[in-house]
Design a protein around this ligand. Structure first.
Ligand SMILES: Nc1ncnc2c1ncn2[C@@H]1O[C@H](COP(=O)(O)OP(=O)(O)O)[C@@H](O)[C@H]1O
Ligand SMILES: Cc1ncc(COP(=O)(O)OP(=O)(O)O)c(N)n1
Length: 283
């Protein structure tokens, strides 16, 4: 049987607890049938209670990882997560251009759930200047969208305005996530914009504190679907189903915020297949 070859790269921090960062990304790639590669920007000592220590990786070692992958392994899609500082952002932008990487998904990770800062304040300008112009899909949560656009976001109209700002900054596709919208207790609604029309993607809001790594997992699922040659809006729709299942079946691991469940989407699909006797896999 011919092996299908889908490859994706994540450039992000390591989460020792396994729920976010590189670990969440690789698990998600694997579940979606995509070969995962990584360039690690920082090692964090982290668990369900928060980020306890951060050890940035020296720039030369990040460059060596990116060069090793870019010169040989040709990822079809690339995701960025924790980028630490301005120098790392500039390096990632330079290497992405050098290797002509397409399908660049930027999750502009800034602050972890427990409040730890994962990106230096002084790096925001570098993100806007160097990374956004080469971004295929950006996936900010509401506070990140507020910081990058300078807007206050309370309503869906505010979110549409912020999405338009991202397009003006050079981003091709924007997904502003709604997990932090406390006004909607029934649904968690994400806004998509491609410079032409707005789409709302709604999921049932799950009453759980086990949402560690939701943002990383969603953006990794989008990256995996782009690596599988899906168009951005279809990739985002599929990724939304993946994260919904992962949150609905999240793990109560640890005393704090447990991780989402990366197996859940495939387990639910397999159950449906068994019930219908259908053994053909449609991702
Ligand atoms: N309690 C929840 N129930 C259902 N979906 C959620 C919940 N919290 C977040 N989501 C979804 O998870 C994804 C990540 O959103 P968000 O929490 O806003 O990002 P981040 O983890 O970057 O802060 C989005 O698709 C959002 O709608
Ligand atoms: C190493 C690392 N990268 C990113 C994050 C943030 O992940 P996110 O998906 O936004 O989830 P929470 O931290 O908000 O639960 C992280 N914690 N660690």
């Amino acid at each position: 049987m011919q092996q299908t070859d889908f490859r994706a790269l994540t450039i992000a921090g390591s989460d020792s607890g396994g729920g976010a960062g590189i670990q969440a990304d690789i698990k998600t790639f694997q579940e979606l049938g995509v070969y995962g590669m990584s360039a690690i920007t920082a090692v964090t000592a982290q668990n369900s209670l928060g980020v306890h220590h951060i050890h940035p990786i020296p720039l030369t070692i990040i460059e060596q990882q990116l060069h090793a992958i870019g010169s040989d392994m040709n990822p079809a899609a690339v995701k960025t997560g924790m980028l630490v500082d301005a120098a790392t952002i500039e390096l990632v932008a330079t290497m992405s251009k050098r290797f002509r990487w397409n399908n660049v998904v930027v999750d502009p990770v800034m602050i972890a759930k427990g409040g730890a800062s994962l990106l230096q304040q002084t790096a925001l300008q570098a993100l806007i200047q160097h990374l956004l112009p080469i971004t295929t899909v950006i996936t900010p949560n509401i506070p990140e969208a507020e910081i990058l656009t300078g807007l206050t976001i309370n309503t869906l109209k505010d979110r549409e305005k912020a999405a338009s700002n991202f397009v003006q900054m050079g981003v091709t596709h924007v997904l502003i996530k709604g997990g932090h919208d406390e006004t909607n207790t029934e649904h968690s609604v994400d806004l998509y914009y491609d410079g032409q029309s707005f789409h709302y993607l709604s999921g049932q809001r799950v009453a759980t504190k086990h949402t560690h790594g939701t943002g990383c997992t969603l953006s990794a699922a989008i990256t995996a679907q782009l690596a599988r040659q899906k168009k951005p809006l279809e990739a985002i729709h599929k990724a939304k189903k993946f994260i919904q299942a992962a949150i609905e079946h999240a793990y109560p691991i640890g005393a704090g915020h447990g991780p989402t469940n990366h197996f859940a989407y495939n387990q639910m699909k397999n159950k449906r297949k068994t019930a219908t006797g259908n053994h053909i896999q449609h991702l």
